[in-house]
Design a binder for this molecule. Structure first.
Ligand SMILES: Nc1ncnc2c1ncn2[C@@H]1O[C@H](COP(=O)(O)OP(=O)(O)O)[C@@H](O)[C@H]1O
Ligand SMILES: Cc1ncc(COP(=O)(O)O)c(N)n1
Length: 277
């Protein structure tokens, strides 16, 4: 036996920049074997989302049961969930199959501004999934929605909101700072907060590109792919961010649409990064 099986439970993005397509590219680039359970189809390009077709919760369960009674899964990334029925199906599978290394990216709104999670389903993500995940990776607007708070405008407020997410039952929170502007805009800093540890910051240069479609999907998938390969969560986060930043640096080489283009996954970079560690 060699290699790790990494499962993405997420929506489909035909443009290939986000969702399960981004997740599979990331898993492959980082040496994982990718599997998928699809929660929704989107009609989407780099310019926006024109439609969402949710998969019925019973069929999400059917996909999960069929896969998980057959295959070992070493880590899970959860992305777009659409509605409360799908959230319940995923929560039940985490418990029933004792899934481990679960990374929850609480996807709510696409980069284009289109909504991917029904507003009334936010409470379901908070109550059903947040306590079941080993790590949640909200961006600033998602943390605010989960908390019913204003969006953080500084690293200090991000830290306070991450602590509040722990109080709500999260095991670990990586609050992503990509949406932070102002004084911090030369860098992109994410904050990892876990019980019994001081907060850790992960900072990368801010890449000058408007092609950021799929950054959140890529980061959470990279963490899931690396968790079984690394000693601890901070090491997986560090290397996942390095992978993402490199993919962002090369984003402008692609020509995948007229809107916010995707980041560029390329296996050879990871070889170089992996050799350093
Ligand atoms: N221009 C950029 N340069 C470097 N890193 C970025 C840039 N934009 C976003 N990131 C990083 O991408 C990841 C996801 O970013 P963020 O925008 O916060 O979340 P989401 O993609 O979910 O909206 C974070 O690690 C963030 O720091
Ligand atoms: C199917 C699907 N899942 C997730 C995202 C979020 O990705 P992003 O915030 O980078 O647009 C997306 N646009 N589409």
């Amino acid at each position: 036996m060699s290699g790790y099986n990494i499962l993405s439970i997420a929506g489909s993005d035909p443009s290939g920049g986000a969702g399960i397509q981004a997740d599979l590219k990331t898993f492959s680039a980082l040496g994982g074997y990718g599997m998928t359970v699809i929660t929704a189809l989107t009609a989407q390009s780099t310019s926006g989302v024109t439609g969402v077709h949710a998969v019925p919760a019973e069929f999400v369960s059917a996909q999960l049961d069929t896969l998980l009674t057959d295959a070992r899964v070493d880590a899970v990334k959860i992305g777009m969930l659409s509605d409360t029925g799908v959230i319940g199906a995923v929560a039940a599978a985490i418990d029933h199959y004792a899934l481990r290394n679960v990374v929850l990216d609480p996807v709510m709104v696409a980069k284009s501004g289109d909504r991917l999670l029904a507003p009334e389903a936010v409470a379901g993500v908070r109550d059903e999934l947040l306590p079941r995940a080993d790590l949640i990776t909200p961006n600033i607007p998602e943390a605010a929605e989960l908390l019913g708070a204003d969006e953080a405008g500084s690293i200090e407020t991000m830290g306070a909101q991450a602590e509040r997410l722990l109080v709500l039952g999260a095991r670990r929170v990586l609050l992503k700072g990509g949406h932070l502007g102002g004084a911090d805009s030369g860098h992109s800093t994410d904050l990892l907060v876990e019980p019994d540890w001081p907060p850790r910051t992960f900072t990368a240069e801010r890449v000058r590109t408007h092609n950021t479609h799929g950054t959140g999907c890529t980061l959470s998938s990279a963490i899931a792919a690396l968790l079984p390969q690394r000693d601890d969560v901070p090491a997986a986060v560090r290397d996942a961010k390095e992978y993402l930043t490199e993919a962002l640096r090369h984003a402008d080489e692609l020509d995948a649409g007229r809107g916010k283009g995707p980041v560029h996954h390329f296996h050879a970079w990871w070889g170089a990064v992996a050799a350093d560690h």
